[in-house]
Write a protein that binds this ligand. Structure first.
Ligand code: FES
Length: 219
């Protein structure tokens, strides 16, 4: 647990890990790599944004395909990866869980791209905005785990405010209200993803509602 300048209690989530993206980002079919900016930042995290679905083609490896309707969710934690997460696995107001999509029809865990990493959480339904309720079920919400400022993993949970915080430059996002920015430097909210619950199973109903990463919307 860490504390920021204003002494809010921040709970750190397990940090998302390097995946193939970090090695092959420049060749990725979805790549909108910001080469100059990356050189400027000189950080290990690839900085890019992804279109919602364009750029994915027949040659895209199944484990790198973006989440889609019908996918289930599984733990990012390696020892539990492949285990489908159920509603009964989530405790209301627990810190968000880092998860990845699971294409159950083809038995593919989509963990080949860090841009598929998702924050999954159960909050009291009454705290959710009308818009957020539309894409959630029984208080369960899901957002991209990749910061829209410069692509860091969003790993902080500000428990008393029930917000997410990116540790890189302290952008704060409100998961109760569509992932909007509470404070920058990020200027765009976290992409959200719709879900429904059937017989205790959490099932995605679409893909992210916005592009992953930073910068302008890819063409
Ligand atoms: S990368 Fe998240 S605040 Fe800068």
């Amino acid at each position: 647990m860490t504390q920021n300048a204003s002494s809010k209690k921040i709970i750190d989530l397990p940090c998302s890990q390097k995946t193939n993206d970090d090695d092959v980002a420049q060749n990725h079919p979805d790549n909108y790599f910001r080469r100059d900016f990356v050189k400027y930042l000189a950080v290990a995290i690839p900085i890019m944004n992804l279109p919602l679905s364009s750029g994915v083609n027949a040659t895209t490896k199944p484990e790198r395909r973006p989440p889609q309707a019908g996918d289930r969710l599984t733990y990012f934690q390696k020892s539990k990866r492949g285990q489908i997460i159920k509603l009964s696995d989530l405790k209301e107001l627990d810190k968000p869980l880092l998860v990845v999509p699971f294409d159950v029809e083809n038995n593919v865990v989509k963990d080949g791209s860090r841009y598929n990493q998702i924050l999954l959480q159960k909050l009291p339904s009454e705290l959710l905005s009308a818009e957020t309720k539309k894409r959630s079920d029984q208080g369960v919400i899901a957002y991209s785990a990749i910061c829209t400022h410069a692509g860091c993993p969003v790993t902080g949970w500000v428990a008393d405010e029930k917000n997410y915080m990116c540790p890189c430059h302290q952008s704060v996002f409100n998961p109760k209200d569509s992932g909007v920015v509470v404070s920058g430097p990020a200027t765009r909210g976290l992409p959200a993803i719709g879900l429904k619950i059937e017989a205790d199973e959490i099932i995605l109903t679409n893909t992210f509602n916005s592009w992953i990463g930073f910068g302008k919307r890819p063409k």
